[in-house]
Design a protein around this ligand. Structure first.
Ligand SMILES: O=C(O)CCC(=O)C(=O)O
Length: 242
């Protein structure tokens, strides 16, 4: 459903039928390509796309780049180890915001990606990371990401330890605020095709898209092993990198 919506939005743009962006805005800009399987997914591999095919070429190219010898897969294995898994596969698509509601809806407030684990006592957490791939040139105007540096440490503590000393999220200025600047978080300005790897504990946010064109990112996420519930069922995908 989400992918169809993206396609319809594109058609809408070329026909100048801009009202169609509203479909995407209503979804909160996030399109998950493959919902997790309800069956035991522990032994799933990257052929998961074959079950939800949206085009052989896309499937091949994407599987290639996140496979163990692909540009992104290699980094995932180097950073997370041999048991690295594809955990989630999503697009974040921001149409131009044309109303106050759309401005708010296309912002991501300050968060770290594994926040949901804090709330879900039943999740057996495994560290994970995102590979955020800019599909368009991104800058402040079209709602790029902003990252908060890890708090400094005198004693060489890891980033994961340092992240525990972050200020409260509610103390940070909203991405919609005029007060936000590089002191509060480093803005990411990169060209289409760039990949940003970041950990599930780094605080980040993104602003609205106030440009005239769509802003798209592909965001596969990788965990250093399957993320499971205590009852042994998988949370998200658990696809091995093959
Ligand atoms: O692409 C964006 O604007 C933000 C995405 C994000 O922060 C997330 O999905 O965690």
């Amino acid at each position: 459903m989400c992918v169809l919506c993206v396609r319809r939005a594109r058609i809408g743009a070329s026909d100048d039928g801009r009202a169609r962006w509203a479909d995407l805005e209503a979804l909160g800009c996030v399109a998950q390509v493959n919902a997790p399987s309800t069956s035991d997914a522990r032994d799933a591999d990257l052929n998961h796309r074959a079950r939800h095919s949206h085009g052989a070429l896309c499937r091949w190219q994407v599987s290639e780049v996140i496979g163990r010898d692909g540009a992104i897969g290699k980094v995932a294995i180097a950073l997370l180890g041999e048991d690295a898994r594809l955990f989630n596969d999503q697009y974040v698509v921001k149409p131009p915001a044309r109303s106050d509601g759309a401005l708010r809806a296309s912002c991501f407030e300050w968060h770290h990606d594994s926040q949901w684990c804090d709330d879900d006592g039943k999740a057996v957490y495994a560290p994970y990371m995102s590979a955020w791939v800019a599909l368009d040139d991104v800058c402040e105007e079209n709602g790029t990401l902003r990252f908060l540096r890890y708090p400094p440490s005198e004693d060489g503590r890891s980033h994961r330890e340092r992240a525990k000393a972050y200020p409260s999220r509610s103390a940070l200025p909203s991405p919609l605020s005029d007060d936000i600047d590089d002191v509060q978080g480093k803005l990411l300005t990169v060209r289409a095709g760039s990949v940003v790897f970041f950990s599930d504990v780094v605080l980040h946010c993104s602003g609205p898209n106030v440009s005239e064109t769509i802003r798209r990112a592909w965001m596969p996420q990788f965990s250093c092993g399957p993320i499971m519930r205590e009852d042994g069922t998988a949370i998200g995908l658990t696809a091995k990198l093959v």
